[in-house]
Design a binder for this molecule. Structure first.
Ligand code: SF4
Length: 350
């Protein structure tokens, strides 16, 4: 595996969490990188660690502020778990990120991947990782025919990741495998000719290099039709807060219900449409929302108004952000350049 480390030393991407890699910065980056590309994470990461430079800073933060900084990254349970873990770090570990498997692995939201990544990268412990990129590389390297989501195959892949680990540089080794999967052994058209693992790879130069891992095709996302009301008055734009548990928990959104008939749906919310609606589509990992948004009159039950100048700091759902943009509100510019908000047409996790 020395060829892999040589390749990494020559090709590692400059990423913000690789500068001054304190345990806290490594941990935050690894949580953000789950299910999300490095290029998308970078601006979120820099804002987040600037505002919360230590576990103690995050532990003391109001949830609204945390969610506003996370809005657009998706999988909001990750943010809540990170804050719960930061509070445990403050209460039980004197504010220092624990450097052992038992201490770090017992924190809320820390699964095998996060544990392996943080302990190896931040503390040099010989712990393997298995994320989607590593899974793809290992399946191709060994020409694994089974579905990696099956428990037996998964266990074998974890064991293989552990066997391959370089005990002298475990953090770099893990990052190298992940980086190789992200940039060379990509899902489509892997670049075997430039791959440091080519001499040992059973799939190199075969159709398996592109075909593996052997995962059954994902079924088409179900389409959910919704109707939402944009109510604006002298107090601002009226929003409602989603329940803290479940999809997009705790975020603010325009009042909305499932349905296709605007009069019926808005009527159920106690609202009346004014004029034609605008359609906003939003892809989540497992579903698609198609929301017809109407300017509307009426009282928003359990809602509260936000002055337009304050909306940029509110933890909005992606679909509601798109709806406000579609109706001409200029949120990203108010929020600041490079804010990283989800843009129309983007795909978001729940
Ligand atoms: Fe992937 Fe090709 Fe490298 Fe094998 S040789 S690990 S298939 S890029």
């Amino acid at each position: 595996m020395s060829a892999l480390l040589d390749w990494f030393d020559a090709h590692r991407r400059p990423l913000p969490w690789r500068d001054a890699p304190t345990p806290w910065r490594v941990w935050v980056s690894e949580v953000m990188l789950q299910q999300t590309r490095a290029s998308s994470v970078a601006p979120y990461f820099e804002r987040f660690v600037e505002r919360f430079p230590t576990p103690a800073a995050l532990a003391a933060a109001p949830e609204d502020e945390l969610l506003a900084l996370w809005a657009g990254l998706g999988y909001y349970a990750r943010a809540r778990h990170l804050q719960a873990a930061a509070r445990r770090v403050v209460e039980e570990h004197g504010g220092r990120v624990p450097d052992d498997v038992d201490g770090f692995g017992a924190l809320p939201g820390v699964g095998p991947y996060t544990r392996g990544a943080v302990l190896s990268i931040a503390f040099g412990r010989a712990e393997p990782v298995l994320d989607g990129n590593v899974e793809r590389v290992l399946c191709r390297l060994d020409r694994v025919a089974g579905d990696p989501r099956q428990p037996t195959v998964r266990r074998a892949l974890w064991a293989r990741a552990g066997d391959l680990l370089d005990p002298a540089r475990p953090g770099d080794h893990n990052q190298a495998l992940m980086e190789l999967g992200a940039t060379v052994c990509t899902p489509r058209t892997p670049r075997c000719a430039g791959c440091p693992l080519q001499p040992d790879c059973l799939s190199a130069g075969t159709a398996d290099a592109e075909r593996l891992p052997n995962k059954p095709r994902r079924v088409r996302r179900p389409l959910v039709e919704r109707v939402a009301g944009l109510v604006r008055d002298g107090a601002g734009v009226w929003l409602v807060r989603r329940p803290s548990e479940g999809m997009l928990g705790g975020l603010w959104e325009l009042p909305a219900v499932e349905g296709t008939s605007a009069p019926d749906a808005l009527g159920a919310l106690g609202l009346r449409a004014r004029g034609d609606g605008k359609v906003v589509r939003h892809l989540f990992t497992h579903r698609e929302w198609r929301t017809s948004v109407y300017e509307a009159d009426g009282a928003v039950p359990e809602g509260r108004p936000f002055p337009e100048r304050e909306l940029a700091g509110v933890a909005l759902t992606g679909p509601s952000l798109k709806a406000l943009l579609a109706w001409g509100l200029d949120l990203p510019r108010r929020r600041g350049a490079g804010a990283g908000w989800a843009r129309p047409g983007s795909t978001s996790p729940p």
